[in-house]
Design a binder for this molecule. Sequence first.
Ligand SMILES: Cc1cc2nc3c(=O)[nH]c(=O)nc-3n(C[C@H](O)[C@H](O)[C@H](O)COP(=O)(O)O)c2cc1C
Length: 331
Amino acid sequence: MAADRAVDTRVRVGSVELAHAVMTAAGTSGHGAELARYCDLSGLGAVVVKSLSVMPWPGNPAPRLHPLPDGMINSVGLQGPGVAGWFDEFFPELVTSRCRVVISLWGRSLDEYRQAALAVADGLRRAGRAADGVVAVEVNLSCPNLEGRRGIFAHDAELSAAVIDASVAAMSGATRPVWAKLSPNTDRLVEIAGAVRGAGAEAVTLVNTVLGLVLDPETGRAVLGNGGGGVSGRIIHPVAQRAVFDVASAHPDLPIVGVGGVSSAAEAVALLQAGASAVQVGTATFADPRAPATVARDLVTWAAAHGITRLSDLTGVAHRGGIHPLPPAQG
Ligand SMILES: Cc1cc2nc3c(=O)[nH]c(=O)nc-3n(C[C@H](O)[C@H](O)[C@H](O)COP(=O)(O)O)c2cc1C
């Protein structure tokens, strides 16, 4: 235990200093402080709330979740109260829990993203000092562009850059950095990461879910009400490792938040080694709501056992030859 206390858990994601490298992932810990009854949210790096749109949104038809070996497929469809409703209904409880908060937003057109970001900036202004714990805004780019019918925003460098540019402009004055959350369902991830950075994203969050479909062999129909969905959990962890590694190789100065299949310290370590400055825990929370706190605790134990005194030293180890300091001598 004494060794654990010797590990400095603080990390930086761009201009944001977090007390710990482990946070929750958008959409997997509710709209607010739902996890507070299972763990001390203030001990996590941050709570990333479910993506919010400018208007309340009903989401997709049920069933919305389906378990898979080592993960799940979902088509929740971003159900939510809208930014203003969220500030009224869910934000106060997060303030009470004294955690750092990342607000995630989404839209179906460039203008909806802009409006959502303006609404967030307005909510932060109204909240005043109560919003001090809100450290960043994460823009979820894995949404279809209904207006232009040009596919998913996150699969197009130009569109992604336009959304980030609009979000950064809308947030100006609100003094919170914008992170761009990208999709793994493209072979242009490295280029898209460069484009959002050029448009003002201070960090990228890698990755959102992997496109999938599960049919029920008895009916020949999709198990999810919306047809296809997004695959998440341990099953996608190698996809997340690859995404983080490739983007870190191409953009060594771009801060990365790694997400995808982190359910134990081992996966958190791997994403940090691949180049992430911090990690998020998503699907693992459905099996065990204490998962983010458990991963946070076990990561520190792992670091102490490996003679690592700062979690931030793990970032990018794989790009530096993959060697850790030797573990301390026993006995
Ligand atoms: C049920 C569910 C809902 C999600 N909702 C969101 C969301 O609102 N916004 C978002 O950016 N990502 C959302 N995600 C994606 C996760 O934040 C995460 O990027 C992805 O699941 C990979 O991490 P994991 O394997 O740890 O779950 C959701 C994932 C799941 C499983």
